[in-house]
Design a protein around this ligand. Structure first.
Ligand SMILES: Nc1ncnc2c1ncn2[C@@H]1O[C@H](COP(=O)(O)OP(=O)(O)OP(=O)(O)O)[C@@H](O)[C@H]1O
Length: 474
């Protein structure tokens, strides 16, 4: 997008914030006028100004997909409009990121290098040593949905955040399967402790994965700075190590961790650990470490229930400001049962779709957008099962599914069964045809199209098919 020839004579841009915002408002208005309201709302409304550094403007978009699309389709237009506003601008950089304030950055930020501006991280990160990892701003107690499977772990985490290093809660050991919220709870504790009010000073918190701990330790060994590493870690109020199972088989790192652990607990500091198993099941960890890990509070995050999954989806959809019908939430909560990360990922895809196309979400859209995820979670519904259920529903004999009879009361249920076979199984059209009296794949395709049409035209018919689908999926 650079246009070096024409503009190389012009000095770097130094704009005050007001001027910058005004220019940006005019650029947006011109974009809107140029591409029209619908296109603007679909693709460009979410473009936000991140800042100006030298002769380069940086704008940001919330997703990579949007960034790439806007870059490809509108990059030149945005650059041209910026240059028309301000001839000192030579380049417009389009990145992913989110804006935390409604306006452009301050003058000090605007003249800082672009790399420092995007993507914007929201709340200030807590005081922590250099080796600690940043915290995810989304992982707070407010956004954690509590249900039967995680209420105990949540209560323990809350307790530690309110009164760290209370005997009986130190260390706090959180364990459970993949994606059940261990990291979320750890970050929530860290945010809480680092923003403490009521006259209490913010605690210094070091959160890192066990893997990072090991690499930091190895680096310290190499650069002969183990003393600094030890001092750095031992100076914190709270040490959190995520995914401790990574230390299995890493004897030297375990040893170092054991000493750090002891030094901190002896000094009255809080330790929070997460792992995929309980301390007693973490075979491969040294016995003395396992014993110490289990001597505080051990809390299990159990596999989620349908109710918890539904509540998580509901809360996340609400936060995203997108109306998702209860039927769609229920469908996702029934279908994606293994881990909350996948559940959230599926919802995010639906939300992005709804935002992009500005269309309400329906069951059809959910099936369309998430077909790959759903297929992976397929309960392996068989065609025979579908044929049986549909026959029962329409009160016909199962053998009619394969018969040559073309009477409407037989042919329509047969078409519905073919449609459901296409939707709910991963079988190909010829495969499906074979199960229905060796019919040709074009017959199956016709059935799928006909049922799709009828669903769009006839509400009662759509409800009938949906009911059958839900019965089969439950
Ligand atoms: N109870 C919950 N309420 C809201 N969001 C949740 C909940 N449980 C999990 N999540 C979300 O699911 C995703 C995965 O959670 P998290 O990363 O905390 O899992 P984890 O148990 O640490 O997994 P791993 O074993 O892979 O480290 C995150 O986006 C998190 O916000």
């Amino acid at each position: 997008m650079r246009d070096g020839d024409a503009l190389s004579r012009i000095s770097p841009a130094r704009q005050d914030e007001v001027g910058l915002n005004e220019q940006w408002a005019r650029v947006r208005a011109r974009l809107q006028a140029e591409v029209g309201e619908v296109e603007y709302r679909t693709w460009l409304k979410q473009v936000a100004l991140a800042g100006v550094a030298g002769d380069e403007v940086t704008v940001i978009l919330p997703t990579r997909f949007l960034r790439d699309w806007v870059n490809k389709e509108y990059g030149e237009l945005i650059t041209a409009f910026w240059q028309a506003e301000n001839p000192a601008i030579r380049n417009v950089e389009i990145r992913t990121g989110t804006q935390t304030r409604g306006t452009a950055p301050s003058l000090a930020e605007a003249s800082a290098p672009v790399q420092a501006l995007a993507p914007a991280a929201a709340p200030a990160q807590p005081a922590r040593p250099d080796s600690a990892a940043p915290l995810d701003q989304r992982f707070t107690f407010d956004t954690f949905v509590v249900g039967k499977p995680n209420e105990f772990a949540y209560a323990c985490a809350r307790r530690v955040a309110e009164a760290p290093a209370t005997p009986g809660f130190n260390p706090l050991f959180l364990y459970g399967g993949v994606g059940l919220g261990k990291t979320h709870l750890m970050h929530a504790i860290a945010w809480e402790l680092s923003n403490r009010g009521n006259g209490r000073a913010p605690a210094s918190v070091a959160y890192m994965s066990a893997e990072k701990f090991m690499y930091r330790f190895i680096n310290a060994l190499r650069s002969q700075s183990t003393l600094e590493f030890k001092n750095e870690l031992r100076s914190v109020d709270v040490l959190m190590i995520d995914d401790l199972q990574f230390l299995i088989g890493k004897d030297n790192t375990q040893e170092e961790f054991f000493h750090t652990f002891n030094a901190l607990v002896d000094a009255g500091k809080q330790i929070v650990i997460s792992a995929d198993k309980s301390p007693s099941d973490l075979s491969g960890l040294e016995d003395r470490l396992r014993t110490r890990l289990g001597c505080g509070m051990v809390a299990d995050l159990h596999a989620t229930t349908f109710e918890l999954r539904y509540s998580i989806l509901e809360a996340k959809a609400q936060r995203a400001g997108v109306e998702v019908p209860a039927k769609v939430l229920e469908f996702l909560a029934r279908k994606i049962t293994t881990n909350n990360r996948e559940l959230e990922g599926a919802l995010n895809r639906l939300v992005a779709h709804a935002n992009l196309f500005n269309r309400p979400l329906t069951m059809e859209t959910a099936h369309e957008v998430l077909h790959d995820v759903l297929r992976a979670h397929d309960r392996k519904i068989s065609i025979q099962e579908i044929q049986k259920k549909v026959s029962e529903h329409y009160n016909i004999r199962v053998s009619e599914m394969s018969s040559a009879r073309r009477a409407r009361n037989i042919a329509r249920p047969r078409q519905i069964a073919m449609y459901l076979a296409k939707q709910l199984t991963s079988k190909s059209l010829p495969d499906i045809g074979r199960h229905f009296g060796d019919r040709d794949h074009t017959t199956v395709m016709h059935a799928v199209n006909r049922v799709t049409e009828l669903i769009a035209q006839d509400v009662a018919f759509a409800e009938d098919v949906d009911l059958l689908r839900r019965t089969l999926e439950s």
